[in-house]
Design a protein around this ligand. Structure first.
Ligand SMILES: Nc1ncnc2c1ncn2[C@@H]1O[C@H](COP(=O)(O)OP(=O)(O)OP(=O)(O)O)[C@@H](O)[C@H]1O
Length: 636
């Protein structure tokens, strides 16, 4: 049998790949070194459980501008000579992973060890031309010094160190046009990086910081004097807000956290803080803003949640965690169970994200549903800011998710003169009413004045007023609600009359068949039909659309930007005349005496119907002239 050979790797090239290809941001080197320090302390703490207190540990950062060095020191478990060799001399060897596996095998409690790939350490060479590690293993006498320039191998020699732990000393590269490595010696920058990536490392990350303070002896004088003092500051918050007990967190703390992390000047409307245990366990801290964020409707607005893994910041705007309909939600997710890719910039399995996203969607929607039933006023505030997103949720995905959203929708109602849910509408429908009536228009006031709306109201029907461009798409996608179909009241036939009224109308229609036909002919191809209306009570005429495209949709399509063939689509126009209005008697009269006049009146009535519907009229001058003539005639 052929002997199996080991792969060889050109270690210099491999290291070069490691250093320069894995990460997109050089600044993460600090995150990696701090995470290593935290792991080392965890290990020490674990080994000495019960005999040490967490307060004894810290990670220290020290910058020396003259020497151009940045030093990260921990009092963790340290490394022996062999471990330095093994862990830092072998690429992709993770002592931390081995440790974690071992304690898991011993089925002892899980420790939140961060390291797993055995590559993070080398990220130091992205910014350093030389790295020294001085380390003393817990329980050993001798310390060792590992040193490398990241190119020509490494050396290990004996060294001195007072107590267990490690010290990583980076000598930063010279600045180039593109990279200002010296920034990593600036207090401000280091503080920012710790806050961004390592804020929730559970041991204090400390640094001596120069600050200006009032001299004690001049404190009470009119001219206080300042002096520069060195202060030992802890840069990280350690315990993440979301890991604390809900009952221990005040609303003020939640709000402040929101404003600090999500750049809003107002308090959020809602905080949703919850944890899920399961295949993928996670904690989420979500916020519903109280107003539409700036740039929310711009194309480059980035939705998504911040993602943390074991308290370490992984990415901002993790898009896959939020469906588009909830893009207004801000917040973060922290999970132990994510399989990160090697750079910790992405996840390896998006099914984990999908599982989390599913739970988040469910939770946010149920929170909204409870707000709707228990705090109507609050919900209406939310609706005014973000309701359009839920409408999008209905028609997005070809309506696949409409059931999730339909009970959260609100529409303005003729009966209540305020926003109502579909459920409320259906609950109080007239007994024999089969359809849910709606009418679209520019605003509530205009819709309310429409003849058809007056008629429906007079007959005791409730009408939903749709004022958003997307509303008709929503209705078309929903198709029905609790087995009642949606009906655009300005379109097609309406079943409003009693049997008797229907008979009466049929009779009048039959008697005036010729007149109606004559009017249709005279209006030529402008209308497909002229008919007697059952939807008008006080007004003389109205224009309705046949089945299919509605007038509002026609307007939406016409206003679509760019070269769009849909813009040419027209709804079928039907001119309806109120048989009980005096104008109908006049028409009948004129038809018997002066057919030419009927043509003129038909033109005027058609233009009037267009105006009521919010359409422009073809020839306003001719229209106004005809009106004047009719007025004069009338006066004679
Ligand atoms: N400060 C430290 N103290 C003790 N051991 C350390 C320290 N830094 C690194 N090590 C050891 O070196 C190993 C390699 O570190 P490296 O950062 O390359 O990988 P990692 O942390 O295991 O994994 P990852 O690539 O996921 O960060 C670690 O697993 C750990 O055993």
């Amino acid at each position: 049998m052929a002997r199996k050979k080991q792969f060889k790797a050109e270690s210099k090239r491999l290291l070069d790949l490691m250093i320069n290809s894995i990460y997109t941001h050089k600044e993460i080197f600090l995150r990696e070194l701090i995470s290593n320090a935290s792991d080392a302390i965890d290990k020490y703490y674990y080994e000495h459980a019960g005999h040490v207190s967490p307060d004894e540990f810290s990670i220290r950062i020290e910058a020396n501008k003259e020497a151009r060095t940045l030093t990260i020191t921990d009092n963790g478990i340290g490394m022996s000579k062999e471990e330095l060799e093994e862990n830092l001399g072998t690429i992709a060897k993770s002592g931390s992973l081995a440790f974690k596996e071992q304690i898991e095998d011993e089925s002892k409690s899980d420790v939140d060890i961060i390291g797993q790939f055995g590559v993070g350490f080398y990220s130091a060479f992205m910014v350093a031309k030389d790295v020294v590690v001085i380390s003393k293993k817990d329980g050993e006498d001798m310390a060792y010094r590992w040193q490398s320039d990241g190119e020509s191998g490494y050396t290990i020699e004996e060294a001195q160190m007072d107590s267990h732990g490690s010290q990583i000393i980076l000598t930063l590269k010279e600045n180039t046009d593109n990279d200002k490595y010296s920034q990593y010696l600036e207090t401000y920058e280091l503080k920012e990086l710790v806050r961004k990536y390592s804020d929730y490392i559970r041991y204090p990350i400390k640094m001596n910081v120069e600050t200006s303070k009032i001299k004690e002896e001049t404190k009470d004088s009119d001219k206080p004097e300042y002096e520069t003092v060195i202060e030992d500051q802890t840069l990280n918050s350690m315990v993440p807000l979301w890991k604390r007990q809900k009952s221990q967190i005040t609303q003020e703390e939640y709000n402040q956290f929101y404003k600090d992390h999500f750049f809003d000047y107002q308090d959020p409307q809602r905080v949703i803080h919850f944890s899920v245990e399961g295949n993928v366990s996670f904690t989420a801290l979500l916020y519903i803003p109280s107003h539409v964020p700036q740039g929310f409707y711009n194309q480059d607005y980035k939705k998504g949640l911040q993602l943390y893994c074991k308290g370490v910041f992984i990415m901002d705007h993790a898009e896959d965690l939020l469906p588009d309909s909830l893009r207004f939600v801000k917040g973060l997710v922290d999970s132990q169970d994510l399989s990160l890719n090697i750079s910790r910039e992405m996840l390896q399995h998006d099914h984990q994200l999908k599982a989390i996203a599913g739970r988040i969607e469910k939770k946010v929607l149920s929170e909204l549903a409870s707000m709707l039933t228990k705090e109507r006023e609050e919900y209406e505030k939310f609706w005014k800011e973000f309701g359009i997103n839920l409408k999008f949720g209905v028609y997005n995905n070809y309506g696949m998710d409409k059931d999730k959203f339909q009970d959260l929708l609100l529409f303005y109602s003729s009966k209540e003169q305020k926003l109502v849910t579909l459920n409320e509408y259906v609950n109080r429908m007239k007994e024999d009413q089969k359809e849910i009536y709606y009418v679209s228009g520019k605003d509530v006031e205009l819709i309310d004045k429409l003849p058809i709306v007056q008629t429906l109201k007079n007959k005791g029907f409730e009408v939903l007023y749709l004022c958003d461009e997307v509303d008709e798409f929503v209705m078309n996608t929903l198709m029905n609600y609790r087995e009642k179909t949606f009906k655009n009241a300005t379109q097609g036939d309406l079943d409003l009359n009693t049997e008797e009224e229907k008979k009466e109308l049929e009779k009048t229609k039959e008697e005036n068949k010729d007149l109606l036909e004559f009017m249709k002919e005279s209006l030529q191809d402008k209308v497909s039909e002229v008919k007697l209306s059952n939807r008008l009570s006080e007004d003389p005429v109205c224009l309705t659309a046949g089945e299919g495209l509605s007038f509002e949709m026609e307007k939406v399509f016409a206003n679509m930007p760019g070269d769009n063939p849909m813009g040419e689509m027209k709804a079928t126009r039907i001119l309806e005349i109120n048989p009980d209005h005096p104008i109908f008697a006049t028409l009948k009269d004129l038809y018997a005496k002066d057919k030419e006049k009927v043509k003129e009146v038909a033109d005027v009535l058609y233009d009037q119907a267009l105006l009521i519907e919010g359409f422009p009229i073809e020839d306003p001058i001719a229209y106004s002239r005809k009106i004047c003539e009719l007025l004069v005639d009338n006066h004679k």
